[in-house]
Design a protein around this ligand. Structure first.
Ligand code: SF4
Ligand code: SF4
Length: 70
């Protein structure tokens, strides 16, 4: 797997399971179960849409190029 795709990641704490990220994900890579969002890196294209939608700021981008939702 290309490590470049893993630049988007979800923190282990702070997710409230609102599914805004899941709904924004164009590939179905983001899934929320038991109030915790997780990324299937086999599907993720590192587009950053999930990070722009999360109002809790728990989706992080190692390059810091996606601004969290306000
Ligand atoms: S970076 Fe894009 S493809 Fe990857 S989980 Fe987020 S919205 Fe889905
Ligand atoms: S948008 Fe943020 S708080 Fe909501 S389910 Fe996704 S990671 Fe969790």
């Amino acid at each position: 797997m290309d490590d470049e795709l893993k630049r988007i990641w979800v923190a282990d704490e702070g997710c409230i399971g609102c599914r805004l990220c899941e709904r924004a994900c164009p590939t179905g890579a983001m899934r929320v179960e038991d109030k915790q969002a997780r990324i299937d890196y086999a599907l993720c294209i590192a587009c950053g849409m999930c990070a722009t939608k999360c109002r809790k700021g728990v989706i992080h981008d190692t390059l810091g190029i996606y601004a969290p939702a306000q």
